[in-house]
Write a protein that binds this ligand. Structure first.
Ligand code: BG6
Length: 287
């Protein structure tokens, strides 16, 4: 299918009827639905679908820069570009059967090279498994003559019942950088996170699994990651929401961003080297 600007949307459907939609705009997953048709990712009703603007919702890819930690535009340019389908992706060793997958590719344009003078091949594989898990695998290769460094995030907008009803587990006792306090470093106290105000943090060096428990919807998101040491947690809350043009005033209640990311320590690739980051999202019923 195509959106109103003629950009291709690719729909993955597993045999049980779960689905995921990926746009060539940004290589962005826009929707992930259970076999019963329940949407699991948040998208704003005010989202723009006109590149080079990013789309508010789903899973934008932040590359080669997370946030404003560098000289590039906020979150880098990958989310604003039109990707292509990779017809001939190199195989992945751990890629087993029973999944439906799509392979996308982004290479820098001449204009990209002017602002970030590094040749790369960014391969994104998005899979929906037979049991409805969503898997994203980023492979970034340096095809340059010299090393380069980047930061990265799968900026995952989870759809939730109500921000005051959810609990985030797996980040207890970790250090984090707080974007609301000049990126200063703090240490999380021992409890699961709950939300009562704006949050914009990078939790450092977390374990490979975190979970978001949604009490009201009786479901838990389980987020597994590899190659992505950090976890970004973001909710703009009431005041900030009003300043974001492509975001509804009340929509902060229905979303929580929990990103598998590599932010604190940028990743450096020598010529010919490749980096892999993997994110796996599943949803399980809970009480
Ligand atoms: C978060 C950043 O991950 O993304 C926030 O830490 C930022 O500071 C948010 O506001 C949304 O970014 P954007 O560019 O999509 O509005």
């Amino acid at each position: 299918t195509k959106d109103k600007n003629g950009i291709d949307h690719l729909v993955l459907r597993n045999p049980r009827g779960a689905s995921a939609t990926v746009s060539l705009h940004g290589g962005q997953v826009l929707s992930w639905k259970t076999e019963r048709g329940q949407e699991l990712l948040f998208s704003s009703t005010k989202a723009f679908f006109s590149p080079p603007k990013p789309v508010r919702g789903g899973i934008p890819i932040c590359f080669p820069q997370f946030g404003n930690r560098g000289t590039l535009e906020q979150h880098g340019f990958a989310r604003n570009k039109i990707w292509v389908i990779d017809q001939n992706p190199p195989p992945l060793s751990a890629d087993s059967n029973g999944k439906v997958c799509i392979d996308l590719l982004l290479k820098p344009s001449e204009d990209d090279m002017k602002i970030w003078p590094h040749s790369f091949e960014f391969r994104l594989k998005v899979c929906l498994t037979a049991d409805g898990r969503l898997i994203l695998i980023s492979r970034i290769r340096n095809v340059n003559g010299k090393p380069f460094s980047f930061s990265f995030a799968f900026h995952t907008y989870l759809s939730i019942s109500d921000i005051s009803e959810v609990r985030l587990e797996g980040l207890e006792t970790l250090d984090y950088l707080d974007n609301l306090y000049q990126k200063e470093r703090f240490t999380e106290q021992g409890d699961a996170l709950t939300f009562e105000s704006e949050v914009d943090r990078v939790y450092l060096d977390s374990s490979n699994m975190v979970a978001v428990l949604d009490h009201e919807k009786k479901r838990t998101f389980v987020i597994r990651k590899e190659g992505l040491p950090d976890v970004v947690v973001w909710n703009p809350w009431e005041k900030k929401s009003k300043s974001i043009v492509d975001f509804g005033d009340e929509e902060y209640k229905q979303m929580l961003c929990v990103d598998g990311a590599a932010v604190e320590n940028p990743i450096t690739l020598k010529p010919g080297e490749e980096w892999t980051g993997r994110l796996e999202l599943s949803v399980v019923p809970s009480t």
